[in-house]
Design a protein around this ligand. Sequence first.
Ligand code: SF4
Length: 375
Amino acid sequence: MIRIALYIHVPFCIKKCLYCDFYSIRFDVSLLNQYTLALIKELELRLNRDYLVKSIYLGGGTPSILPLENLERIVDTIYMLTRLEENLEFTIEINPGTINKEKLKIYKDLGINRISIGIQSLIDDELQLLGRIHSSKEALEALDISIESGFDNINVDLIYGIPTQTLKSWKYTLESVLKRNLTHISIYSLMYEPGTPLYKSFIRREMDQMPEDLELEIFDVTQEVLDRHRFFWYEISNYAKDGYECRHNLTYWKGEEYLGFGPSAYSFMRNTRWSNTPNVKAYIELLNRSKNPKIWEEKLSPFEKAKELVILGLRLKEGVSLSEVHIKTGINIEEIFAENIKKLISQGLMCRKGDKIALTTKGRLLGNLVFGEFL
Ligand code: SF4
């Protein structure tokens, strides 16, 4: 039996946000049923009862725009084809403006037990700058009706570093969501990804990045507020109440095995990573002919696997055990990267905890510098 995490990619959004470089296209009703049939076909081709599924994650895109009949067919197919762990974690990403009580009730009936809401900000001007479709009112409504519908494991995604954001507006957003009954918060800094409209505005000097000292102030305030509300950081961008760390995402950070389904989804199994075609139409066409939608694959050498375990593991508060990396890959990271580890510790970016290495607070702010040493 192979224990896996299972990811389903729903590649549709009502409108593309200005900063987004995930694979998604504008919602197209004519493709929806074809996509659902293709996804079911892919599940039938690749899933079987040799797998034991510990988590399911419906991500996107915007999974909450899927009509309920389509969602039910997808979930029923998964349940029929494979084995599920008793304490399965089953997450759906929802976006404000695409959700109502009826949908949430059906999600619950389907066995979904974790909701992840893309709130990003509770300031309307900031939401507009990001190109989000929702207002702050709709964001709070989505959160409140999720709680009222009986979900007791709820994540909220927030973004800091928005050009017009102030310390006061950030605190308002953070404190307002924390007044509700959440278990998890993901906090991302706004990235200017090449090719996105936001990046183009930045290049044209139509907007400025948030000044570094304000970002640092926001970081400090965030730690203080979250501590006060008993949320603990466990991964660079993720905070949870005790026992509510996202089991699905921990699979990625611990270098464990997962299967991804849908256009652009990645899988990782037996030290091999591969991805599906990112094109919805090509994906549908391939599966109509019962063909594998895989377009790319890489086999990790023991050395590559060891480096990856270190880089991913360093994202976690607990850090990464070098002896475990050695056992899993046969590679002695401590020996090969002795100079780099010494340097990072002397710069105050990394610390030793027994046989583990972990980021310091300064290292969390400069994570890319640390990861670069192991590339
Ligand atoms: S809703 Fe999410 S996936 Fe869709 S465009 Fe916006 S950020 Fe990207």
